[in-house]
Structure formats: structure tokens, C-alpha cells
Design a protein around this ligand. Structure first.
Ligand SMILES: NC(=O)c1ccc[n+]([C@@H]2O[C@H](COP(=O)([O-])OP(=O)(O)OC[C@H]3O[C@@H](n4cnc5c(N)ncnc54)[C@H](O)[C@@H]3O)[C@@H](O)[C@H]2O)c1
Ligand SMILES: [Zn+2]
Length: 405
């Protein structure tokens, strides 16, 4: 038996935020990040729509990027005090993911973070509140996914919480919210989205329900991401939908080791000033992982299909895989994203020697490889690497070496 789960309603298109007016309930809490939603006037609009619906509204503001366990626990305490029947999470992946985890803790105040991280181990939610997610970035698709990524900064590790219980009830994909994204955010979140679609398409859990969503998302992102980065707002609006389609695919077909590696390298060099932004990590690692996975015949064939949909040419699957890798690397260049950790510099831009010194990387390599193998995304990757292979792969991602194993 297979399961395919999505939110009950997905509203999309410019201005669809106003659907908040139609919610029925008594109390809503709005969870937002650092201020982008307020500056854009969207927080005020959402609050006004909910008040128009007759609800009392409370705010949880200032949720940081890559939210911590502590932020989740503090937010849940506020929810316990206010007792909302709607949780409205608005912003990038960070505030929405944090709000999902707060929701679990609000419904089950005694649950520990470790218990939340048991894959498909979340008890039944919606006994206290339902959940609306409104994305303002075009990448994570957390508005439609069964995942929440929370960082344990003491360990320097990102933990995915995974369960269809936390798939939101309503997603509001309003492209107006994506218009204020700075270029760098467009680039990172867009490469996150294409990674979701590619990993979902070759995942061992892919199926006929997820494939059309993944492949169509890839086609859209290929056409729209670079124009969106360069300021084309029609392309920006299409990217908002494309990333959501990719999310519907990967929430059900799962991901692969690009994400395992991104999760385990994101915060581990923080002490050297290098917070490797999720989408940038994916953009750097995806071409390397494609080369590694293509040794698996089924995966190679599927990468070939992707290359065909992208009209990249090539007369056999080996050529198609090479063309796909070259295309993705060209996208990194066009989006000003480096090809490897060594060149990952200030503001995530490419530079000769980035934040992460070679000796520090090599010292931590073994532990990162072990952690990446243990990540929840590794199980559905088409090829299961050994610790040695994962170390070699990470080295290729540090030095930008060709993957020939
Ligand atoms: N739950 C999932 O399925 C899933 C999938 C992939 C990634 N993630 C997680 O999501 C997080 C990344 O989320 P993200 O990439 O959306 O970024 P983010 O939420 O971390 O936001 C990054 C920055 O962009 C700002 N911002 C957000 N929207 C803006 C807008 N419209 N205009 C101007 N500024 C804006 C925020 O204030 C913040 O400073 C990571 O923690 C990652 O691990 C989750
Ligand atoms: Zn991602």
C-alpha cells in the first residue's frame, strides 16, 4: 500500500491571501520570521483578514532562519497560553517549519524533541488546532510537505521531523509574497526547489503520482528561475507555483543524499562563520550526487528522462547525464552560487578561499559522513553509499572534483 498526502486545500495565484477571511474559528496565532512580512505589509493584511473572520489574533514574531529547538519550545509555550484553534505560519521555510514543530508541542506538551524526530512517529494532531501555511520564498514548499527542519545548535545538526500529521491543512501560495525576495534568496530557494524535484524523481519511493509533479516542476524551474533571479516578476510568480509542485512530489516520494549532505554540513562550520545556506548547499552538491547515483542503472535512465524533458540533447543516457550536470552547473554560474564548499565565501558568493579551511573540513569529514548516512533522506536515495564513499563524495563537494566512483 502506498499513500499520497497533500493539504486539503491549496489556494494559488496573486492575492489569494484574502482567503483567510473565510476561516471559521475563535483564535488564530500568526507565526512569522524576522520582519520581511511586516515590511511587505502582508502580516498586517493577514491579521486584518482573520479579524474580519471574527477571530482574536496573537503574534509569534522573530522566528530566526534555521530555527532552533529553543525557539520551538518557547513558541509552543506561547501557544499553550493563548490556546489558538488556527495556527497561521507565514514566511520562509524557517518560520513555517518552526510553527509546525510548535504545533506538535502545543498539542502534546509533554513530548520531547527526540520523540518528535522519530520518523512517522507523531501522534494525532488537530485535537486543538488546524494549520495554515503561507510561503514567502519559492523553494522549501513546506506549505505542502510532511516535514519540518529544526536545528540543534548544541550538536550543530539539522533534524528533519517527518510525518503526514504535520502536512498543513491549508496552503496559501500567493505570488505577491515572493515579489520582495532579494536576488540571493531567489537563487538559493530556487535551487532548493529543483533539487527537491530531481531527488524526488529518482528516489526509490517515486511513483506515478509524484513523477508528473516532479518532472513538470523541473521544466518550469529550468525556464523560470534565472529570469526570476534577474527580476522578471511573471517568472517569479511561476516559480512560486513550480516549487510547490516540487514539494507535492517530494513530500510523498521523499528525497536523497543531496539533502542528507546539506542537512549535515549546514551548521557544522558555524564556528568558522560559515553557515552553508540550505539551497546553496544543494546547488553545490546536486551535480556531484547525480554523477554518483548515475552508476545505478535505474537512476541513470531517470536522469536521462529529465534531460529529455529539459531538451538537453544527448544520444545515450551517459551523454544525457553529462549534459544535465553541465546544465545545473551553468545555472549555479548564472545565479552566482559557487561549485564547492572551498569556494563558499561571504554572502554565499564564490571566492578563491571561502570560510571553511581545508584542515577543519578534513578533521570533521568522517563525522559529517556518518551523520549524513544516518539522515532521514538517505534511505530513499537510489544508491546507498558506504562511509568511505560518502567521505569521497563530500571531498568532491569540497574541492569540486569529478565523481568517478
Ligand atoms: N520543511 C521542508 O519540507 C523543508 C524543505 C527544504 C528546506 N527546509 C528548511 O527551510 C529553511 C530555509 O527556508 P527558506 O529558504 O525559505 O528561508 P528562510 O525562511 O530561512 O528565510 C531566509 C531569509 O529570507 C527572509 N525572507 C523570507 N521571505 C522573504 C520575502 N518574501 N522578502 C524578503 N525577505 C524574505 C527571511 O526574513 C530570512 O531572513 C531551512 O531551515 C531548511 O532546512 C524545509
Ligand atoms: Zn530542501
Amino acid at each position: 500500500m502506498a499513500r499520497f498526502t497533500l493539504p486539503r486545500d491549496i489556494y494559488h495565484g496573486a492575492g489569494c491571501l484574502e482567503v483567510l477571511k473565510t476561516l471559521k474559528g475563535k483564535k488564530a496565532v500568526i507565526c512569522v520570521g524576522g520582519g520581511a512580512m511586516k515590511r511587505g505589509g502582508f502580516l498586517q493584511k493577514a491579521q486584518a483578514y482573520l479579524e474580519e473572520a471574527g477571530m482574536e489574533v496573537a503574534l509569534i514574531e522573530g522566528i530566526e532562519a534555521d530555527p532552533s529547538v529553543e525557539t520551538v519550545m518557547n513558541g509552543a509555550a506561547k501557544m499553550l497560553e493563548f490556546q489558538p484553534d488556527w495556527i497561521i505560519a507565514m514566511g520562509g521555510g524557517s518560520p513555517i517549519d518552526a510553527a509546525k514543530a510548535m504545533w506538535i508541542k502545543y498539542e502534546y506538551p509533554n513530548i520531547t524533541f527526540e520523540e518528535m524526530c522519530v520518523v512517522f512517529g507523531i501522534p494525532t494532531l488537530r485535537t486543538k488546532a488546524r494549520f495554515v501555511a503561507i510561503p514567502s520564498t519559492s523553494g522549501t514548499a513546506t506549505e505542502v510537505t510532511a516535514f519540518s527542519i529544526i536545528t540543534d545548535y548544541k550538536k550543530g545538526i539539522k533534524y528533519p521531523i517527518a510525518d503526514f500529521e504535520i502536512t498543513p491543512d491549508i496552503a496559501i501560495v500567493d505570488s505577491d509574497l515572493a515579489e520582495t525576495m532579494p536576488k540571493k534568496l531567489v537563487a538559493h530557494t530556487g535551487m532548493d526547489a529543483i533539487t527537491h524535484a530531481v531527488e524526488a524523481y529518482v528516489s526509490t519511493a517515486n511513483c506515478d503520482y509524484s513523477d508528473p509533479l516532479a518532472i513538470h516542476a523541473i521544466e518550469m524551474i529550468m525556464n523560470d528561475l534565472v529570469p526570476s533571479y534577474n527580476g522578471d516578476m511573471k517568472a517569479r510568480a511561476r516559480m512560486h507555483d513550480a516549487q510547490c509542485l516540487a514539494g507535492m512530489a517530494f513530500s510523498n516520494a521523499l528525497l536523497g543524499i543531496v539533502h542528507s549532505m546539506a542537512h549535515k554540513t549546514g551548521a557544522v562550520f558555524q564556528d568558522y562563520g560559515a553557515h552553508i545556506i540550505h539551497g546553496a548547499a544543494n546547488a553545490m552538491y546536486l551535480p556531484k550526487v547525480i554523477a554518483f547515483n548515475a552508476k545505478d542503472p535505474t537512476a541513470k535512465k531517470r536522469y536521462g528522462v529529465i534531460a529529455d524533458y529539459m531538451h538537453l540533447g544527448g544520444s545515450n543516457d551517459d551523454e544525457k547525464v553529462a549534459l544535465l550536470i553541465a546544465y545545473l552547473r551553468k545555472m549555479n554560474d548564472e545565479l552566482n552560487i559557487p561549485h564547492c564548499i572551498k569556494n563558499y565565501g561571504a554572502d554565499s558568493y564564490p571566492c578563491e578561499q571561502g570560510f571553511v579551511p581545508e584542515n577543519v573540513f578534513l578533521e570533521r569529514l568522517h563525522d559529517i559522513a556518518v551523520n549524513a548516512l544516518g539522515d532521514a533522506c538517505t534511505g530513499s536515495n537510489p544508491r546507498q553509499p558506504s562511509v568511505e564513499e560518502m567521505e569521497k563524495l563530500l571531498k568532491c563537494c569540497y574541492y569540486d572534483l569529478d565523481v568517478d566512483f
